[in-house]
Design a protein around this ligand. Sequence first.
Ligand SMILES: NC(=O)c1ccc[n+]([C@@H]2O[C@H](COP(=O)([O-])OP(=O)(O)OC[C@H]3O[C@@H](n4cnc5c(N)ncnc54)[C@H](O)[C@@H]3O)[C@@H](O)[C@H]2O)c1
Length: 324
Amino acid sequence: MKVLLAGGAGYIGSILIPKLLERGYDVSVIDLFWFGNHLPKEATIIEKDIFDLHESDIRGFETVIFLGGLSNDPMAEFSPAKNFIYNASAPAFLGYIAKRAGAKRFIYAGSCSVYGYTVNELYDETSPAVSNYPYGISKLQGEQAVIQMADSSFSVIALRQGTVSGYSPRMRLDLVINTMFRAAVADGSITINNPAIWRPILAIQDAASAYIRAIEANEEISGIFNVASGNYTVGEIGDRVKSSVQNLLNRDVRLNIKHIQDYRNYKVSVEKARKVLSFHPQQDIETIVADLAEHLDLFRDFENPLYYNIKVFQEIEKKERREV
Ligand SMILES: NC(=O)c1ccc[n+]([C@@H]2O[C@H](COP(=O)([O-])OP(=O)(O)OC[C@H]3O[C@@H](n4cnc5c(N)ncnc54)[C@H](O)[C@@H]3O)[C@@H](O)[C@H]2O)c1
């Protein structure tokens, strides 16, 4: 089966694609390669902006996956206009041409950040999705645009992912567990901005399983699915990262607790994904930290700007401004 991943050279795609190749899929990637190319050579590579794709480029692909856009709050806040274009319009455009080109399924990399600041309740896919920050609003817009394209011959699956964590060949150190791990190893101290805040965490290995379950789901299935490995408070994440780093790397770690107001606070139910997609997460904080510790030598150059999306993005924006 031919699968096209737009934004497939990023953090999630770089773990997912080797698994797809192993399962026998014919994989193509279209990407701007903001963070380089860490993909296996068996994947077909097209260096292009999603907006430069034509229907003819997509003909023959059965499944199209959107993994592109500005993938965190700092990028979205640095350039809100570009955020809305890349996170809301790009998936809408890609879904539109994928459907016209005859693709059977579209998978959208959604985010639990659409839930915003919630009360102390488990949110499912029918709960209100209300946020007032650019990333959350744009991820909901992108999701709504593609989900309404679903019909009997075009399946659309939106995966509302928790914060993804763990090692990827395209490494990110700006995601909660990865950030804490870096701080524990580099500084011997983890700063917790607000220990009471809830966050669903999605181990990158579980994220890859969620995409595989979505690709291989019965063709009649469409819809929105929360996907996470577990819900934790940021305080609990800090405690467990600290203990794991101490145990695995024999490093003393202190916690620096602050009480800064956050605009995101949510915990989610993944029951629908379990029942409908047969998504069964296997990982927890300890296995994520073990995965990071095992690969530590591959990203020990912690100051590398490529590990921090905002640093790369600011450089791209500066360069574009100079060229105008
Ligand atoms: N990582 C997470 O914790 C997380 C959580 C929830 C949702 N998501 C969503 O999952 C997706 C992938 O996340 P990631 O962490 O792999 O992101 P990433 O930032 O590592 O990768 C994004 C990739 O998309 C490419 N890209 C961006 N805009 C493009 C465009 N217009 N045309 C072609 N290529 C483009 C970039 O070059 C990059 O390779 C994003 O849509 C993100 O919003 C991620």
